[in-house]
Write a protein that binds this ligand. Sequence first.
Ligand code: BES
Ligand code: ZN
Ligand code: ZN
Length: 493
Amino acid sequence: MDVRVVDESLESFKSELIVVGLCKGSSVPNFLESVDKKLDGSISHVLKTKEFEGEFGQFRLISTLGKLPSKSVLLFGLGESKDLTLDVLRRSAGVSAKIVRDLCGVSEFATVLHTVDVPKSSKDERAQVVTEGTVLASYQFIKYRTVDRDKIKVLRKVTLVGDGVANSVKKGMILADCANLVRDLANEPASSLHPKELADVAKELERLGIKVVVHDKKSIEKIGLTALLAVNRGSVHEPRLVVMEYNGGGKKKVALVGKGITFDSGGLNIKTDDGMMTMKHDMTGAAVVIAALKAASQLKLGVNLVGVFAATENMPGMDAYKQGDVVKTFSGKTIEIANTDAEGRVILADALAYTEKTFKPDLMVDLATLTGAVSVALGSPCAGVMGTDQSLIDSLLLSGKSTGEKLWQLPFFREYHEQVKSDIADVRNLGIIRKEAGAITAGAFLAAFVEKTAWAHIDIAGVSWLDYDGEYIRRGATGFGVRLLINALENLK
Ligand code: BES
Ligand code: ZN
Ligand code: ZN
């Protein structure tokens, strides 16, 4: 989607439709007075008669009847002014964009949502979130639809009317486009996105000056990522380990690590049809790492970043790893396989240990669609976070509040770590009390493969895919995590 900024007045700018946000109970704001006059008081009329009251999400389309260059004005309700935040603005941009596309059937429009007076916000922040909300809401995954393509409503262009916000609009676009890249990758059917293709996407980042090294099966064998190889054994497609480096300066080296299971059938502990249906998106953690590096370099962030992901399918092929197997890992520790469907933690064991040993980062954050248990605990409104460093976790929690990608910290007591100890190996890939605290025991398992680095694990299994439409995120892959990570990196001390 094309997002522009023009330094023009509402009365002179020409578009199909102009979105104007109004809080509950507000009268015609100053900047709309002349527009209202030109429209013979139509706006003040609908406010006076309470035909439009400004409830969040309420809207009213007013035709300009040729009295303005633009064809119509869409009044959009922002809700109570006391509740107005940047996230409300982002949500308003998303909901109004969908109204414009789906109900008004317009593909080009203008907006002045960024001029709304949000307490404690700058005009740059407002322009950024309006751009994010609009671009995220306009996302559609329609490449495989062939019938009546011309009838699919698409938003092509939005113009923010008002000057001086071009840089923030650009930033909002980069962030939303990178989140949409995650969505494209996660929505892509697994039979056209194997580890090789996922690695190819990362390789494209070289064009931005990012150093990308792709390790194929031979190289993975040489490095000794035996846990990744174990999970890969049931698949006919070879695994990949991908390392991306972007150095924009900064005192601390930050490592981002992602789970890249391009399809999770469950392996020999095969999933049910419902459980398997969306497992093409089990590589979302890896996609978020790719997109975060892309965004960091496009935004020229002053951080020293390394992104790593391990990619394989989890399939029940002839040589698949089995329940009861003991798997060696890069770290030297051994894993008892209690369930082949708990494969994400097995590949991450290698990815985390390899990243820590090879790059010696100051901070390490992994993202993984790791457990169904996290969505039982938290659902889709927020992801679970846990780890070994409270100040890292605190900064992620704070970033989540500001980007709308909310996190909730789960406890990480000693007892949970006890539950993943094995009798015959060092750790087992399932908590000893199977049905208890599945998201936390998965995190505790990962902790066994992080020696001393300040580390946080974000379980995105509940948030990376939606079965229903959200306000600015349509059902399917959500792209959760990219904006969160960039915000956290920007706030690094
Ligand atoms: N990829 C799944 C987790 C998942 C579930 C992600 C739903 C997204 C949506 C993971 O590999 C898995 O299968 N986990 C098992 C672990 C269990 C066997 C201990 C689960 O959650 O059931
Ligand atoms: Zn699984
Ligand atoms: Zn999985």
